[in-house]
Design a protein around this ligand. Structure first.
Ligand code: PMP
Length: 403
């Protein structure tokens, strides 16, 4: 009964949700070159939602948010919110086990890999990897293709003899990596969220142990997990809210952390306790579980990848066809399907107008990362094609007006 009542309330709210789009109030553009607002506006979204191109925390699928809303107060008729339950109770245990099982199915994770739901963000993995795989005097290799792999290298240097095996120009993937003799692992970032540089295949590291930061393209495409020692990813881009970091670790790499490794930084602690050594990020794990189930239902990662390729192509095509009005500096061979950075080379002031007018037209969070400026459209799994088409139409109209 309880369940029925809560479902009714939820359904009632859903139908009552306003369908009109409330646009943010946009002050007059600071730029003297600013033009009047573009006519092209995004189609109205349910619940006054806008197309959200944030790099993370980022857009989540609406049906996942709706299900979470319905479960928020009374999870599946249990009488409590999923946020209010013991992580050791049977309800949450079921949620956690299903989330892991669905992720294993999605990524076809071999049995000899552990899946862990951790805290501390991907940034904590920058330290956890060296603590678990190397000693202070061991050589490790890092490939730098942008800001995040550089951060990982800097952290690696604090705890190992970390070598920068190759450094890219933030626009391409460097060749001729000089890997050190006997290095314990090679770390790289599969998708640089800020620069929009993405690997299109698994790098060849000559049989060395490969460690990948997949924070911003996790479950955006099929991945051969067996090629990796460790894959880790913060959830807040493709799979859930901030607060949970997923680590997929080959079993034989667990249990040989260096002496002095803090308990919470030892993969063994989490592997032996099914991510329940201490209180896990329950709510974030629950949402990830909903996302994994949805992706499976919709055809798994091949379907996700095809969709992401189609979406990214629309935006890169607009950039390419703009006669230089827009610029994406990244080599076409490694352009990210997830993060599309672009500038307006002829006048940076126009970029400010672009961001403001896009927001007024229902497309938000398009400002580039503060370290690089310009614009960035993050188009993770949950960004629908409607949002891409709306942005493409806006970009074309803006360019035509200011060319
Ligand atoms: N790696 C990549 C590729 C990222 O995009 C980010 C976050 N933007 C991080 C690492 C750091 O993640 P967190 O904020 O979860 O520590």
């Amino acid at each position: 009964m309880q369940l029925n009542r809560s479902k009714q309330v939820a359904a009632g709210r859903q139908t009552a949700a306003p369908t009109s789009v409330r646009r943010p109030v946009v002050k007059a553009a600071a730029a003297s070159t600013a033009a009047p607002s573009a006519k092209s506006t995004a189609p109205k979204q349910p619940y006054d939602r806008l197309f959200n191109f944030s790099a993370g925390p980022a857009v989540l699928p609406l049906d996942v948010l709706e299900e979470a809303r319905d479960d928020l107060i009374n999870w599946k008729g249990s009488g409590s919110s999923i946020m209010e339950m013991s992580h050791r109770g049977k309800e949450f245990d079921g949620v956690a086990k299903k989330a892991e099982a669905d992720l294993r199915k999605l990524l076809n994770i071999p049995d000899n890999y552990k899946v862990m739901f951790l805290q501390g963000g991907a940034s904590t993995q920058f330290a956890m990897v060296p603590f678990n795989l190397a000693g202070a005097e061991d050589a490790t290799d890092y490939v730098v293709t942008g800001s995040w792999s550089k951060k990982a290298l800097d952290e690696g240097k604090m705890f190992t003899k970390a070598n920068c095996a190759a450094k890219g120009d933030n626009k391409s993937i460097p060749t001729g990596w000089s890997l050190s003799e006997g290095s314990k692992y090679v770390h790289y970032c599969d998708n640089e969220t800020i620069q929009g540089v993405e690997f299109k295949s698994v790098p060849d590291v000559g049989g060395r142990l490969l460690v990948a930061d997949m924070s911003s393209n996790f479950v955006s495409k099929p991945v051969d997990v067996s090629k990796y020692g460790i894959i880790y990813a913060g959830a807040q881009k493709n799979v859930g809210p901030a607060g949970v970091t997923i680590a997929i670790v080959r079993e034989d790499l667990i249990g040989s952390a260096r002496p002095g490794t803090p308990t919470m930084l030892d993969y063994k602690t989490h592997a032996e306790n099914d991510s329940m050594y201490n209180t896990p990020p329950c709510w974030a794990m629950y949402i990830c579980g909903l996302v994994f189930a949805k992706l499976l239902k919709e055809g798994g990662l091949p379907a996700v990848q095809a969709n992401n390729e189609a979406k990214a192509k629309v935006l890169y095509d607009v950039i390419e066809a703009s006669n230089g009005f827009y610029n994406n500096p990244v080599d076409p061979s490694c352009r990210s399907l997830m993060n599309v950075p672009f500038t307006i080379p002829k006048d940076a002031e126009l970029e400010k107008a672009f961001i403001k007018e896009a927001a007024a037209a229902g497309m938000v969070q398009l400002k580039g990362h503060r370290s690089v400026g310009g614009m960035r459209a993050s188009i993770y799994n949950a960004m629908p094609m409607d949002g891409i088409n709306a942005l493409a139409a806006f970009m074309k109209e803006f360019a035509a007006k200011h060319a």
